[in-house]
Structures are given as structure tokens and as C-alpha cells.
Design a protein around this ligand. Structure first.
Ligand code: HEC
Length: 312
């Protein structure tokens, strides 16, 4: 059990540009802890359980699970549970000020992964590693699944092909199957502003992995750069790496590259990559955010990466 003083973690003082990003999950999770504590206290005060017993932690699920190759959608459909439908603002098709809605068929992530990974996959402090057939790896903190509602979908509800144009990466008619992870963002402008960074498609396998906190926030960095580390995870580490941790699409060590590139070139790469390299598949950072906030976020990522100790 974390000491309640961590409820005042300075990382909750999120800089403005990061407020729309999942960095704030850190604080939300702590609020959850506090609520849990209150409930335990109330139960014990009401004479239900002795205090010590009420506060004794539930054994956490193991941090790592073996990679689980997902069954083909036909097999998953045949075995149940029954699928449903969800309408989302499709980040790959939407442009600033132009939201495009798409309705998909699939299962709430919790229902699907309870069945095909293991119950408890979203408990505690861990990450869900989602591997796509093309080498794109998303690692999503499981606490994000506790805060927002995700779906694992396998088809469009309107019968159109299960494909999408990915404006940000300059790719057209990208196949989404077998599975695509989407977020129920219709009523959540902050989720919409994030863009498609944590909407992995062509998902072939999933597993639960230990939290990346030790790699991304060693030593005293935790108190200062919590939100930046989260933004880096969301927006960059599906393709790039830091100190050996991350994805394999372009496995360059950003902690090293950040030191080699000056502030101006860094901003250009993050905000308008296609200007530096026409046709690149590197997506511009969070296009849904106002320009000034994008620039501030790019700057914060640069500062954070330079502060991160460099490992060979
Ligand atoms: C979808 C994959 C993808 C994501 C996500 C991504 N990049 Fe890239 N990035 C690339 C690719 C591919 C290149 C190489 C450019 C090229 O050859 O097209 C690149 C190039 C770069 C470069 C220039 C490297 C050099 O050699 O000078 C920097 C810096 C960079 N990325 C930083 C970032 C940061 C920071 C983020 C997060 C905000 C990010 N990238 C997100 C794919 C990605």
C-alpha cells in the first residue's frame, strides 16, 4: 500500500500543455487509492472488519504474462461473448475542427481481454503491451483502461471495409484487422485532442508487462517529469526507444538524439516532420492541440529527454 503522502505527489501539478494528456492519470489513480482507503475505513468503522484486515492489500496479479496471440475474429465470435457496437471520433480520419465519426463492432476491452488474456490484466501498476503485425508496439499503462473505456473492434458496423486512411502518417487505406484498439471518446474532448497515438491496429498479440516507470523516471525524475514521461510513452515510444525500451518501427534512442539535435530542429521534427522529410511516416505531435500547446509540449519532451540519464 502506498503511503498516503504520495497523494501530494508534485507530478500532479501538471503543466498546462500536458493537461489534455494521460499524464493526469497519475493523479486520478491516486484519487482512486484515496477513495479505496476511505471505503476500507468506513467498512471497518461500521464494525464489519478489523482495520488491519480491511487494509491488507489484495495480492497483486503477476506483472508479466506470456504474449497471447489473439484468436482470429471468427473464432472469438464463435466462442463468445457476444460483440457490441461503439461509435468513436476516428482520430485517423479527423482533422482539427473536422471530427469524423465511425461505428465499429467489437467488445469492450475488459470483456475481451478478461476472456482472451486473463482476468486482472488491468489491475495494479503495469502496462498492456499491444503488438501489431508490422512491428508497431504500444505499451499502454493499465490504469488508462481503468479510467477510460476502450474497445477491441474487428469490423465497421456499416459494412464498409475495415480500413482507414492515416492522414498523420501519410498512409491510405491501411487494413485495421485482425483487431483495432479504439477509445470511447465521443464525449471526451481531451481524448479527441490526443489523436491516434494509442489506437494501435493490426493487433496480433497482447501481454501484460511491468511498468516502465523505472526506465522512464529513474531517481529524482519521478517528481519532476511524470507528465512528460507519460506523453513520451503515448506519442513516441510505439516507434522509438529510450535506453533500450520502446518500439521497433524506428528504434532510435531518443535520450541520445535529443542531446544531438538543437531546439529548433527538434521542434521541426516533432511539429512538422513531413516538412523535413516529405513522405515520412512519423506523425506530427498531437495535431488536435492548439499550436502553442504543441510547441510547449515538444519543448517539455526535449527538456525531459536531455535530463534523462543516458544508458548505452
Ligand atoms: C509511427 C511511428 C513514429 C512515432 C509515433 C514517432 N516517430 Fe519519430 N520518427 C519516425 C520515423 C520513421 C523517423 C525517421 C524519419 C524518416 O526516415 O521518415 C522518425 C524520426 C524522428 C526524429 C529524427 C531522427 C534523426 O535521425 O534525426 C526525431 C528527433 C524523432 N523522430 C522524434 C520523435 C518524437 C519525440 C516522437 C514523439 C513525440 C516521435 N518521434 C514519434 C517514426 C515515428
Amino acid at each position: 500500500m502506498r503511503h498516503p503522502s504520495s497523494l501530494n505527489d508534485p507530478s500532479c501539478a501538471t503543466p498546462p500543455a500536458l493537461r489534455a494528456l494521460p499524464g493526469r492519470l497519475v493523479c486520478v489513480q491516486q484519487r482512486g487509492l484515496r477513495a479505496g482507503l476511505m471505503v476500507s475505513l468506513m467498512i471497518s468503522l461500521m464494525g464489519g472488519l478489523p482495520l488491519a484486515q480491511a487494509l491488507s492489500p489484495v495480492p497483486p496479479p503477476p506483472p508479466v504474462s506470456a504474449p497471447r496471440a489473439l484468436p482470429a475474429p471468427e473464432a472469438a465470435l464463435a466462442e463468445g461473448p457476444k460483440p457490441g457496437e461503439v461509435t468513436v471520433v476516428e482520430p485517423h480520419l479527423s482533422r482539427p475542427g473536422q471530427a469524423v465519426q465511425v461505428r465499429y463492432r467489437g467488445w469492450p476491452a475488459r470483456v475481451f481481454l478478461d476472456r482472451w488474456l486473463a482476468p486482472g490484466w488491468d489491475a495494479g501498476d503495469a502496462e498492456l503491451e499491444v503488438s501489431a503485425l508490422d512491428g508497431f508496439v504500444s505499451r499502454i499503462p493499465v490504469e488508462r483502461f481503468r479510467q477510460y473505456s476502450a474497445w477491441i473492434v474487428f469490423a465497421r458496423a456499416d459494412g464498409q471495409p475495415f480500413r482507414v486512411d492515416n492522414h498523420a502518417q501519410g498512409e491510405k487505406q491501411v487494413p485495421l484487422g485482425p483487431y483495432y484498439l479504439v477509445w470511447d471518446n465521443l464525449r471526451d474532448p481531451a481524448l479527441q485532442a490526443e489523436g491516434g497515438a494509442v489506437w494501435p491496429y493490426q493487433i496480433g498479440s497482447v501481454r501484460r508487462t511491468p511498468s516502465s516507470r523505472a526506465v522512464l523516471l529513474p531517481g529524482t525524475l519521478a517528481g519532476r517529469y511524470g507528465a512528460e514521461a507519460q506523453a513520451l510513452q503515448t506519442h513516441c515510444l510505439s516507434c522509438h526507444q529510450v535506453n533500450g525500451y520502446g518500439g521497433f518501427k524506428m528504434p532510435l534512442n531518443l535520450a541520445l538524439r535529443a542531446r544531438e539535435i538543437d531546439a529548433q530542429r527538434w521542434q521541426q521534427w516533432l511539429l512538422q516532420p513531413a516538412k523535413l522529410k516529405p513522405g515520412t511516416t512519423m506523425p506530427p505531435l498531437s495535431e488536435g492541440l492548439p499550436e502553442a500547446e504543441r510547441a510547449a509540449l515538444a519543448q517539455q519532451l526535449h527538456d525531459y529527454l536531455k535530463a534523462l540519464p543516458l544508458q548505452p
